[in-house]
Write a protein that binds this ligand. Structure first.
Ligand SMILES: [Zn+2]
Ligand SMILES: [Zn+2]
Length: 536
């Protein structure tokens, strides 16, 4: 019997899930394996023993399929099908194909027809003119593949990657290579297309292809290598000696237009020394865009944040209880936290009505007793109904400490009607903050037509703040909108909209977005203490 180890089994199940996903298996099957991998990591029981004694099905989410895989892992230490699937799925070709704009299915057909499984093999076939002989590949497609392959190392992915995933990707690669993350994610760009890592030695360039994130290395010379992920995302790794490391980091961070505007860059070990040599003050990466003015001295920072004003609990679609969220927020050093569960009109998830909110008040009071002097606020993420009224009776709204008003339906309404609806809600005396004002979901749903200038006017009139929602696929307001809001004199709130204790970590994305808009500490309401907040 081979040795069962938890990390190894977890990796095997994760890899299996990723390959099933590539192979077009159903979402639910893929998710089941991902969850099984998670479960093994999280479960305190001896999983191997549960499998041997036939009791593993008692764990939530383990059906007969997963039980079979676990048994194989316990008995043999590996999954035979994983190897077969890898041969069939061809992750290297899939990653390269996505970069070239070809679907995994198409790329695998091409690989089988050409009898190649790697980028090198594909290049050889293309150079030899064999690609034109493949059935279904016309001269136009062949020319497209040839030219995209030639420019692959300078091309970006076809769709920008959201911030959390982008920072994780460059962060993991940088950590593995002993370098620094750079490119768009380091500037906290809402969608990243340029991924870079700067390493202090060329030896690290060789290590790139062994990384689990990289399926193929597109190009490599003495000072630069470009790898591609299975998702078709190219990652550039630049080697720089210590004496010019700062210069290389500044260049690789961009934006290219901003860097170009600095003129010739002197060689220096750190970015700060490059700026100093240019006679400029240091500029944080998130403000390195062309046309952005010098940052203020009191630019808001994560350490200034004293509480989170928009989070969910299990009463709506959150994964943690009120108390668990409170404990986690207190651990972050916060003074307060507003629990803002959904109301009934949101429909797709559980929502609270007046009665539910009053029941929750007891839960919050009990948690507050335990967490004192930390304070959990009674809040709501209250839906804005089509006529602009709020989805809760006035008496219960008046009891609450903090009311987020939110639009979750009707994002496609015309400018006039949508704006009137939102302004009406902002005028409700209980309204404290307008959630995710532009309603966009990055890569999925464009911004709504809401007239921000009119919203700013009414925000000033009513004292309602505007949220900078930190969910990575929202980041709403955007940095650009923050800039406009601040110019109008409006106060913003940096919130996570966390649905789990881990989600509270999204505050850094919200703060970075506010910083991209040039927000000072005083512009952000939740940099204030609870008593100042109550005086608002
Ligand atoms: Zn919402
Ligand atoms: Zn929410």
């Amino acid at each position: 019997m081979r040795v069962w180890t938890t990390p190894r089994s977890q990796n095997a199940l994760d890899a299996f899930a990723a390959l099933l996903d590539l192979n077009g298996s159903s979402y639910y099957t893929v998710r089941a394996y991902r969850r099984a991998a998670e479960l093994i990591r999280a479960t305190p029981a001896d999983v191997a023993r549960l499998v041997s004694s036939g009791q593993v099905r008692a764990l939530k989410g383990v059906g007969p399929g997963i039980e079979g895989r676990l048994r194989e892992l316990v008995e043999t230490g590996e999954l035979a099908e994983l190897r077969e699937l890898e041969a069939e799925v061809m992750p290297e070709l899939v990653g390269v194909g996505r970069l070239l704009g070809l679907s995994p299915k198409r790329m695998r057909e091409l690989g089988r027809a050409l009898e190649v499984r790697t980028l090198a093999g594909l290049r050889e076939a293309v150079d030899a003119g064999r690609i034109e002989t493949v059935a279904g590949i016309g001269p136009k497609t062949a020319a497209k593949i040839r030219s995209r392959l030639a420019e692959a190392t300078t091309a970006g992915p076809r769709q920008g990657m959201t911030l959390h995933r982008a920072r994780t990707l460059v962060g993991e690669i940088a950590a593995a290579l002993g370098g620094e993350p750079a490119g768009d994610p380091r500037r906290w760009s809402e969608l990243s297309t340029r991924f870079a890592v700067v390493v202090p030695s060329d030896a690290a360039l060789l290590a790139l292809e062994a990384l689990p994130q990289i399926v193929s290395v597109l190009e490599r010379d003495e000072r630069r290598a470009v790898g591609v992920t299975v998702e078709g995302v190219p990652v550039e790794v630049v080697a720089a000696p210590p004496e010019s490391f700062g210069t290389a980091l500044l260049r690789a961070t961009g934006s290219p237009e901003y860097v170009a505007s600095l003129g010739d860059l002197p060689d220096a070990p750190t970015e700060a020394e490059v700026f100093a040599a240019l006679g400029r003050s240091f500029r944080p990466p998130e403000l390195r865009e062309l046309g952005v003015e010098e940052p203020p001295d009191d630019l808001v920072g994560l350490a200034d944040i004293r509480g989170d004003l928009h989070v969910h609990s299990t009463a709506s679609d959150g994964k943690a209880s009120v108390l668990e969220m409170g404990v986690a927020a207190r651990e972050l050093g916060y003074e307060y936290l507003a629990i803002c569960d959904h109301t009934k009109a949101v429909r797709v998830v559980e929502g609270l009505d007046a009665e539910g909110l009053r029941r929750q008040a007891h839960e919050i009071a009990a948690a507050n007793e335990e967490l004192e002097p930390f304070r959990i606020l009674r809040g709501s993420e209250c839906d804005i109904l089509p006529d602009g009224s709020l989805d809760l009776p006035a008496d219960v709204l008046a009891e609450l400490d903090w009311v987020q008003i939110s639009l979750h339906a009707g994002q496609r309404w015309g400018r006039e009607a949508l704006t009137d609806r939102v302004l009406e809600a902002m005028r409700h005396p209980a309204a404290a903050c307008l959630s995710h004002p532009k309603g966009r979901i990055l890569n999925h749903r464009p911004e709504n037509a809401l007239d921000l200038d009119r919203v700013f006017e009414v925000a000033l009139e009513t004292g309602v703040s505007l949220e900078v929602n930190g969910l990575p696929d929202r980041l709403d307001l955007s940095g650009e909108h923050v800039r406009r809001a601040l110019a109008a004199g409006v106060t913003i709130v940096c919130s996570t909209d966390a649905h789990s204790t881990r989600g509270l970590g999204g505050m850094q994305l919200s703060v970075a977005t506010a910083r991209r808009g040039g927000a000072r500490r005083g512009d952000v309401l939740n940099t204030r203490s609870l008593s100042e907040l109550r005086r608002r």
